[in-house]
Write a protein that binds this ligand. Structure first.
Ligand code: F6R
Length: 595
């Protein structure tokens, strides 16, 4: 969601802050602003609505004074409309304190009334502005004590231009540690290429950064290596991050398997789970908790765990789990899946599970993120930064890691397990075969562009894929699409089928293939157009479907990894053909850090 950027050091702070806001653009925003000390040593605050280009235009010719702090923010509106007044930074009554904030101040109405009673003058409708007046009234430390909610905060003060105040509770904030300089960002991706060392602030940590060093407490800050290749955060020769990330699929899967899967020996090693091996042997049930795309990979994970390990598994939306009266039996482990590692609902579900003393495990992509840190054990995806707002490569790597985990947890390795391992190892090559047909999928997208509604149908392992395929086209092309289990068609959605309501059918040759064919017969009988995803060599499908996209054969449990790729490409081409900015779909944010 919103992005925070800040700098204190001898370089041109304003330019650094702006440059890093650019790198955070992908998170989604509707207004932006900066506060800095100009060459005349006066504090300036500039805010604009819309894209960063507007802010850059407003800042043309301006420079910041060396050795002073600068902060910036991209805002994704929650409280108050996306206008200039509500954009961050916010300032106090005297225009001395400037502050940017990610998160949510839950008790802001009460605090606002209290502060109005003390003659503070408010300008915006935001919860954030309360913070500036609180700091003005009580000072930084005391202000933090009075607020309830979640925050990542960066603050500069006219009275101390060489200091940058920071604090974190619930919303991520990273400090980049350079030579006599510090950078701050809400996402470490922005710091790639600028520093090699970072501090991921922990909840409750706060402090002040200056040329003389840093003071962070109460817990001692831990300096870690920043392991993000700056190239990964660039589009390269691709027109969009989304396309680049879809094309990274083969490499992403290889990275997830590297050093973990040995298909020849028939073994799987997961270093991140070794510390809890004994506990894992005794778990009686696994509960997978996640949101959005990560939830759909969890649905595929449920099938994998139950098939490969006999471990009863249940998947729940993290947003439901966190408030549910859900009986937790002894011996239950919770598995949290999250690309960003910062999704508010998933984090809340994790905290609930931790509170209930469950063993908590994570499948997380963002290294050092809250979910990665707060789970007892886990496995990183190693997919690299995902910049496109719609999750694509993360889905593939989550499925790869789930397959590894299921294999790792299976007490004995049968011939079927060995076959899955062999197939996993060669799957990157099969993904490449699908990617090579991106042009064909673009033609299909052109043909189906006239439709406004789609049904995505799948059974078994193809059901989560259908849900994820439908989500992709909704997000990217703003087309209404429903993901459905084939067996449910007769229980309702069949009523919608006519010549204007196409079905994208996942009909690969697996144990429910014949059942899918029956579904397609029913759709055809009602003149519904069918675009089928089918297995290479399938002779029957062309008789039923209007169009067929063929994917290579793989073992059924791994089908989602392969079958989602044409659906990701279909959504991508559909969206770009409509002229949409597929990397930043409207109303969406990359990392949903508020409820
Ligand atoms: C869909 C998408 C979202 C995320 C969801 C969870 O393309 O990106 O549905 O999957 O917000 O995010 P993470 O995985 O970061 O917890």
């Amino acid at each position: 969601m919103c992005g925070i950027s800040g700098y204190i050091g001898k370089k041109e702070g304003l330019q650094i802050v702006l440059g890093n806001l650019r790198k955070l653009e992908y998170r989604g925003y509707d207004s932006a602003g900066v506060a800095f000390f100009n060459l005349g040593a006066n504090a300036e605050i500039i805010k604009t609505v819309g894209k960063l280009d507007n802010l850059e235009r407003a800042l043309r010719g301006k420079r910041s004074l060396s050795a002073t702090a600068a902060i910036g923010h991209t805002r994704w509106a929650t409280h108050g409309a996306p206008n200039q007044v509500n954009a961050h930074p916010h300032s106090d009554c005297r225009g001395e304190i400037f502050l940017v904030h990610n998160g949510i101040i839950e008790n802001y109405q009460d605090l606002k009334s209290e502060l109005i009673g003390k003659k503070h003058r408010f300008r915006s409708q935001t919860d954030t502005e309360v913070l500036t007046h609180l700091v003005e009234e009580y000072g930084f430390e005391w202000a933090l004590k009075k607020i309830v909610g979640a925050y990542a905060i960066a603050l500069i003060n006219k009275k101390e231009p060489q200091k940058l105040y920071i604090a974190r509770l619930g919303s991520p904030l990273v400090v980049g540690v350079g030579e006599k300089e510090y950078y701050i960002a809400s996402d470490p991706t922005a710091l790639a290429g600028l520093v090699k060392k970072v501090i991921y602030l922990k909840d409750g940590q706060r402090g002040v950064l200056s040329l003389g060093g840093l003071e962070i407490g109460p817990a001692r800050p831990k300096i870690e290596k920043l392991d993000i290749d700056p190239e990964q955060a660039q589009k390269g020769h691709f027109p969009h991050f989304m396309l680049k990330e879809i094309f990274e699929g083969p490499e992403v899967l290889r990275s997830a398997l590297r050093g973990r899967l040995s298909a020849d020996k028939g073994t799987v090693k997961l270093g991140g789970l070794e510390g809890v091996t004994d506990k894992l042997k005794n778990i009686k049930k696994l509960e997978i908790l996640a949101c959005g795309t990560s939830y759909y990979s969890g649905l595929a994970g449920e099938l994998l765990f139950e098939e490969l390990t006999n471990l009863p598994t249940e998947v729940m939306l993290a947003s439901e789990y966190r408030y549910a009266k859900h009986p937790i039996k002894k011996g239950t482990a919770a598995l949290l899946i999250s690309q960003s590692g910062e999704t508010a609902d998933t984090l809340a579900a994790l905290r609930k599970a931790n509170h209930q003393k469950n063993l908590t495990l994570g499948i997380v992509n963002a290294v050092g993120s809250s979910i990665a840190r707060e789970t007892v054990a886990g496995v990183y995806n190693h997919a690299g930064p995902e910049i496109g707002v719609a999750s694509t490569k993360a889905f593939l790597s989550q499925l790869g890691v789930l397959a590894l985990m299921a294999l790792y947890l299976s007490p004995k390795k049968t011939a079927a397990h060995r076959e899955i391992m062999r197939e996993l190892a060669i799957l990157p090559e099969k993904i490449k075969m699908v990617l090579a047909q991106s042009g064909k999928i673009k033609q299909l997208a052109k043909k189906y562009l006239k439709y406004k509604n789609f049904l995505y149908l799948g059974r078994g392992y193809n059901y989560p894929t259908a849900l994820e395929g439908a989500l992709k086209i909704k997000e990217i092309a703003y087309v209404h699409a429903e993901g459905y289990a084939g067996g449910e068609m007769k229980h309702g959605p069949i009523a919608l089928i006519d010549r204007d309501f196409p079905t994208v059918a996942l009909a690969t040759q697996n144990r429910v293939y014949e059942k899918m064919l029956s579904n397609l017969e029913e759709i055809k009988a009602r003149s519904g157009p069918i675009l089928a995803i089918a297995t290479v060599g399938d002779k029957k499908i062309a008789r039923l479907a209007n169009d067929v996209f063929y994917v290579p054969k793989t073992v059924e449990v791994l089908e989602p990894i392969l079958n989602i790729v044409p659906l990701q490409l279909f959504a991508y081409h559909f969206g770009t053909l409509c002229g949409y900015d597929v990397d930043k779909p409207r109303n969406l944010a990359k990392s949903v850090t508020v409820e």
